[in-house]
Design a protein around this ligand. Structure first.
Ligand code: 13P
Ligand code: SF4
Length: 308
């Protein structure tokens, strides 16, 4: 039995002890619960997390996020054990398209380059030429040597980048159930309450919300904006979990959720106990079939090679 388990240490110390014993690193997304963010070795957006997963020399990655994120880490680090702390943490938007549907979509548009948001399964990525995150979607679209682009699965991110680009986009009809909860009326109301505040929103928000924003940013972009801008008050149009990090990093600034309803239930499935169990029992290991991983990795590697 492990030394850390035998010693009956308090929860946080046990996690720290096991992490060292297992040579593990804990990666957490910006939407995770505050206590999870606080014990993670690294907290970031999807792009940061993919890069970290590719670069770490830890033997085990404990992922605090949703399934597609851990899958991406497993694809990028085939020699490491990648564990998803919360077994059932999925992304409903990623589940809006299957590998089979992606194949059919491509067959209907053989002339187009297939680009997928990182919020997709490995089987969808395996069918695509390029992967992107919300931090680099426009940059990747511009980089692609084709004016015809198929974009999956998020119709709002897709139409946002299409509006900024001269290329022609054919977009899948997916969406994030959490971000569509942010309504234009919420932004108008918050702006009335805090007229001096900047409005920053995630590109997964509906187009009417995006139209009211001062900046449209990934969660990592929001962290940077909050740190660097002179605004003392900022209205945040994304999942509410990000506000913990923003407040911790900028104690003199004020952050207001566009709506408290923007909660991703899947992101909240991870807690400290599950992280401990993950380290104790090496669960839940993410396996991606070799052929799918090899093809999906091409799309992800291409994305990572185009650094912002
Ligand atoms: P970011 O890459 O901006 O962190 O977004 C991930 C996500 O799932 C947004 O809902
Ligand atoms: Fe998926 Fe939306 Fe949750 Fe992000 S916030 S993980 S896109 S359901």
């Amino acid at each position: 039995m492990s030394y850390c388990v035998r010693e009956n240490l308090p929860l946080l110390e046990r996690i720290g002890c096991l992490k060292e014993e297992r040579k593990a690193v804990i990666l957490a997304h910006n939407y995770q619960l505050p206590e999870v963010q606080d014990i993670a070795d690294f907290v970031g957006d999807s792009l940061d997390l993919s890069i970290k997963a590719a670069e770490t020399d830890a033997e085990i990655i404990v992922f605090c996020g949703v399934h597609f994120m851990a899958e991406t880490a497993a694809i990028l680090s085939p020699d490491k054990k990648v564990l998803l702390a919360a077994e059932h943490a999925g992304c409903p938007m990623a589940n809006m398209i299957s590998g089979h549907q992606m194949k059919e979509f491509k067959a209907e548009h053989p002339e187009a380059t297939a680009m997928c948001y990182v919020n997709t399964s490995a089987s969808v990525k395996a069918e695509c030429d390029w992967c992107c995150t919300s931090a680099n979607a426009l940059q990747i679209a511009e980089h692609v040597e084709n004016d015809e682009i198929l974009f999956v699965p998020d119709k709002y991110l897709g139409s946002y980048i299409a509006s900024k680009s001269n290329k022609h986009f054919t977009i899948w009809n997916g969406y994030c159930p959490t971000h569509v909860r942010i309504r234009p009326e919420d932004i108008v109301q918050r702006k009335k309450e805090h007229p001096k505040a900047a409005v920053i929103v995630h590109p997964e928000c509906v187009s009417e919300v995006v139209a009211l924003a001062d900046e449209v940013l990934s969660t990592g972009g929001m962290v940077k904006f909050a740190r660097e801008s002179d605004y003392k008050e900022i209205i945040i149009g994304t999942e509410v979990g990000l506000i913990h990090r923003l407040e911790q990093e900028n104690p003199k600034k004020h952050f207001y959720a566009a709506t408290e309803l923007a909660i991703c239930p899947n992101m909240k499935l991870t807690n400290l106990e599950k992280i401990l169990w993950s380290l104790e029992d090496l669960q839940y290991e993410i396996h991606v079939p070799e052929d799918i991983a090899r093809r999906a990795k091409k799309a992800i590697d291409r994305m990572i090679s185009v650094r912002t």
